[in-house]
Design a protein around this ligand. Structure first.
Ligand SMILES: O=C[C@H](O)COP(=O)(O)O
Length: 254
């Protein structure tokens, strides 16, 4: 079964109302391949989610950048999966390295969050990736396998999960992984799914790449057989996000 190309725009903790309106206007005007070819999801900060949801073109979807690990309640500052469902937000990003490393989210905690979000009917962009130190010490595959395993142990279906491989050293640094580096890890992750889940999951799960993706490097990355799309940070705030979405055509023509 062909895996539909997936492009996520993670706006992180950026934007004002005016800037958000401008970004949405740019997205709404962009000429992109049809929904049969590419699935596009944009992820604004929580406070801008309603504005984006009501003003964004209907063929693009909205994601949150995080949600709480269980049912809401006395958890100051958190937003629950139930609230996202209530607002009809279909997607959530979980396990981003900025949350793992800055806020101390462990593999197990991320796994619990993914399981809870899925149980409430959300679709999840689950992030994994190694630090520079881990890459240099040769433990990249071990690290991403452990992060993926902690999720696998807690869920029964990968149908509503997109796995984002985001090497930490490539995030926001302008130091993009080479197409070969990205392909190698994506291939190994798919192999991991084959061995540890099922051949069907391995064949169907979308593994997307994130880390300094831009309008200039996206086509070559998209051409890699196991790269099924992107999770884009900085460039998702710029008009070149449209070019990144268009790189889905590379797959169509492959
Ligand atoms: O979620 C997106 C990633 O962290 C990539 O960010 P970046 O494109 O700014 O490197």
């Amino acid at each position: 079964m062909a895996r539909k190309f997936f492009v996520g725009g993670n706006w992180k903790c950026n934007g004002t109302t005016e800037e958000v309106k401008k970004i949405v206007a740019t997205l709404n005007e962009g000429q992109v391949p049809s929904q049969d070819v590419v699935e596009v999801v944009v992820s604004p900060p929580f406070v801008f989610v309603p504005l984006v949801k009501t003003s964004l073109r209907p063929d693009f979807h909205v994601s949150a950048q995080n949600c709480w690990v269980k049912k809401g309640g006395a958890y100051t500052g958190e937003v629950s999966a139930e609230m996202l469902v209530n607002l009809d937000i279909p997607w959530v990003i979980l396990g981003h390295s900025e949350r793992r490393l800055i806020l101390g989210e462990s593999n197990e905690f991320v796994g619990d969050k993914v399981a809870y979000a899925l149980s409430k009917g959300l679709k999840v962009i689950a992030c994994v990736g190694e630090t520079l130190e881990q890459r240099e010490s040769g433990s990249t595959l071990e690290v991403v396998a452990a992060q993926t395993k902690a999720i696998a142990e807690r869920i029964t279906s990968w149908e509503n999960v997109v796995l984002a491989y985001e090497p930490v050293w490539a995030i926001g640094t302008g130091k993009v992984a080479t197409p070969a580096q990205a392909q190698e890890v994506h291939y190994e992750l798919r192999k991991w799914f084959h061995a540890n889940t099922s051949p069907e999951v391995a064949a169907t799960i979308r593994i997307i790449y994130g880390g300094s993706v831009n309008g200039a490097n996206c086509k070559e990355l998209a051409a890699q057989p196991d790269v099924d799309g992107f999770l884009v940070g900085g460039a998702a705030l710029k008009p070149e996000f449209i070019d990144i979405i268009k790189s889905a055509e590379v797959k169509k023509n492959a």
